[in-house]
Design a protein around this ligand. Sequence first.
Ligand SMILES: Nc1ncnc2c1ncn2[C@@H]1O[C@H](COP(=O)(O)OP(=O)(O)OP(=O)(O)O)[C@@H](O)[C@H]1O
Length: 657
Amino acid sequence: MTTETIEFQAEARQLLQLMIHAIYSSKDVFLRELISNSSDALDKLRLAAFRDKDLDVDTDDLHITVTTDPAASTLTVADNGIGMSREEVVDLIGTIAKSGTSQVLAKLREARESGQSEQASAELIGQFGVGFYSSFMVADKVTLITRKAGAHQGVRWESTGEGSYTVSDEPDAPQGTSVTLHLKPEDTEDELHDYANPLAVRTIIKRYSDFITWPIRMAPITPPAPPAPPAAEAAEGADAETDADTETEVVEAVPEPEVVNSRKALWARSQSEVTEEEYTEFYRHVSHDWQEPLQTIRLSAEGTFEYQALLFIPGHAPMDLYWRDAKRGVQLYVKRVFIMDDCEALVPEYLRFVKGVVDANDLSLNISREILQQDRQIRLIRNRLVKKVLSTVKTLREDEPAKFATFNAEFGRAVKEGLLADPDNRQAILEILTFASTHDAEQPSTLADYVSRMPEGQSDIYYITGESRSALEKSPHMEAFRAKGYEVLLLTDPIDEIWVDAVSDFDSKSFASIAKGEIDLGGEDVDDDTAKDFGDLLGWLTATLIDDVKQVRLSHRLTTSAAVLVGDPGDLTPTLEKMYRAMGQEPPTVKRTLELNAQHPLVTGLRDAHRQRPDDPALAETAHVLYGLALIAEGGELADPAAFVGQVAQRLQASLG
Ligand SMILES: Nc1ncnc2c1ncn2[C@@H]1O[C@H](COP(=O)(O)OP(=O)(O)OP(=O)(O)O)[C@@H](O)[C@H]1O
């Protein structure tokens, strides 16, 4: 028998420290985490035994036992579930393999150093989910004994939560896992309760873990006083789930344990029977989030293909919402039997933040992830889930605007991906998104609200894409629209650059970029005289700038700036070009059109100078500077900044001469 002392992985150690110096005002939740782990372990064992008939395990009486020992000041949560091998104990308990751990920890440290509230730290750590480690909020030593299903040798893991833990063999360990907490002394001021008090523990289980479908057993609070009751009564008093034990001779000093949870799958109960609190606790169980959900969604289908679903929209985006390897999907059950976590086939990627459970009646328990992807029934369920989630958010828009705003702030960017990925639901997605707009500096707007504000004569939904609201507001493209009082959507998410080209319209109104194409604002056309007046200049400029621009023309867009660059519909925008470069790719070169403001002194001055001195090389330099200014004004990047600076310096010098 070997005892090894092993250092915690650095991230794990840091998390433990955070736990020990408890951030939470409510420490009771550690019990929910342990029971949740046990419940998962029982689910896994049932499934493993079903799939592998040779597995040497006993699945007759799967359950969780919670034992308190006030004299020793311990609390034990035990299950006869899947258990862990020695390697698994080291990998799963001593290390944190979740992507993004160090980022979360860095943020946490920042939050603490900058003196942010406990709430802020709690939210961060809650997003991450810390499960088993929360034991160290209430215990100064934790002993875990486990035996993996089918294995003959058990393992004992022990730690005080500081730098290291020990692992040793435990030959007689029963199948499953038991976690014993050596409790810290009660400290009511710090919300640290007496968790060796059976009554307190029951109350916590009822509050947080009532819906767990496996029996959670505890010794009865008041053991039946001797003499033992007659056999008939004893059987009556026993719980429905325990086999009515007919061999009740004398009930020794050890009383029959009681089941303390009601065990009802929430999604199978009628909606009116389930309280908000129960939903919240269930949400925490499936999501590993410690906060409340933003919205709970129920749906069910009867008939040839029956299923029930209980879904949640979280109140905040998880850390890994935009990480490629993030897990997603809901839990899949078949007739109350847990089949898998993170079932991707049931929710599209753009709704990856949705949590919950789908319980389908007619699938095989053997179904694999690969088959699920192809399954027609699964596709049908998924289509319905998507429609239900989208319609639920739509009702939030009408009934609970604050929640709707939170939804968009947290998930809007992810949902936008659906505009490309899910063309069938495009209109429904457009209906629930909000966009920053020139209408209001703070509040984003729905498209429906935008359309309702469109003045007579405006036929399109105007937008501009770019990197930031402030840059877009200053863009020369905006000038004529501002002057006309037309509202413009300010789209600054990278994905905006892409969906605007794919989505043709909303409510029969086309999307029109104010930075592309010839814009007809119904204003005065350039009259013939002006056109003639500038004809020479435009021709000469087009020739001079031919390496950079497609054409030079007079503009309808400008009121104050001298010049602006305009793309054709479908052209890459400057932001997209930058995105290409950031990915290490050279974007295809697109020449755009340079538009000039016929009223601007720089433009009229250039016209006059060109008329007088058509061959002056300094004028060509001015033309290049004009182009460079237009490029910078819209947030584009100069191909040769040094040359531009040289030209500007030249022009400045000349102006002083
Ligand atoms: N009672 C148990 N039986 C079997 N395996 C367990 C048990 N408790 C924990 N584990 C294993 O250890 C892993 C880590 O548990 P931990 O509670 O730290 O995280 P988690 O449950 O995966 O997720 P979260 O941190 O979000 O709660 C679990 O995923 C599981 O594989």
